[in-house]
Ligand binder design. Structure first.
Ligand SMILES: [Zn+2]
Length: 213
């Protein structure tokens, strides 16, 4: 059985953690576009240098470059039995470039908006050492980081408004992608513990104790 899995879910859905669990269970690699870009830059290749020059000033890698990067990754031997593609394609433009391989499953981890806001909200960052912490663990804006004495603050993209905007973009962009893959979409409820969500994923993929053998 080959598992070419697309993994989708909003920020705060625990998608990265579930990707790791799936990768270990199935013995296949997991990667997202951000990681592919960082890995290519680290090789020092011509393409890596080009990508570095694009992202250094804060620009986004084009959909064509992203697709080429993925194409290069998918010919590596460790993907012979499949892969988990974390968060790609995230919109129709990327979907249209992803013409060189056919995924077998598209897992969508659903969590309600309020749950995303709850999980993502309240994240604070230390101005000095960049450590992150959570208000739910008792940290307060303006108080001091125990590690370095720096001030805890809320980054502009961690405010409730910014999080709500990101979730809205995710919803609009991925909805169209999910429709394109409707034949292979498996929806999983992302509310609950890591173990509970993982159990649901094993069930829809028919692996582990839910497998045939
Ligand atoms: Zn600090």
């Amino acid at each position: 059985m080959i598992y070419k899995i697309l993994l989708m879910g909003p920020q705060g859905s625990g998608k990265g953690t579930q990707a790791e669990l799936m990768a270990r269970e199935l013995g296949i690699p997991t990667f997202g576009m951000g990681q592919l870009i960082r890995d290519e830059i680290a090789t020092g290749s011509e393409l890596g240098k080009k990508l570095y020059d694009i992202i250094l000033p804060g620009n986004l890698v084009s959909d064509v470059d992203a697709a080429n990067l993925l194409k290069l990754r998918l010919v590596k031997p460790d993907t012979a039995r499949g892969y988990i593609l974390d968060g790609y394609p995230r919109n129709i433009a990327q979907y249209n470039q992803f013409t060189f391989d056919i995924p077998t499953h598209a897992i969508v981890i659903d969590i309600p908006r309020e749950e995303s806001l709850k999980r993502l909200g309240g994240r604070l960052t230390c101005r000095v050492c960049n450590k992150v912490g959570a208000m739910k663990d008792g940290l307060k804006i303006g108080e001091r980081c125990a590690a370095c004495g720096g001030e805890w603050y809320q980054r502009a993209d961690d405010t409730p408004d910014a999080i709500a905007r990101r979730l809205e973009i995710y919803k609009n962009d991925t909805q169209a992608v999910i429709e394109k893959y409707s034949q292979i979409v498996l929806r999983v409820d992302g509310v609950g513990t890591i173990e509970e969500v993982w159990d649901r994923i094993k069930k829809v993929l028919k692996i582990g104790k839910y497998g045939a053998c």
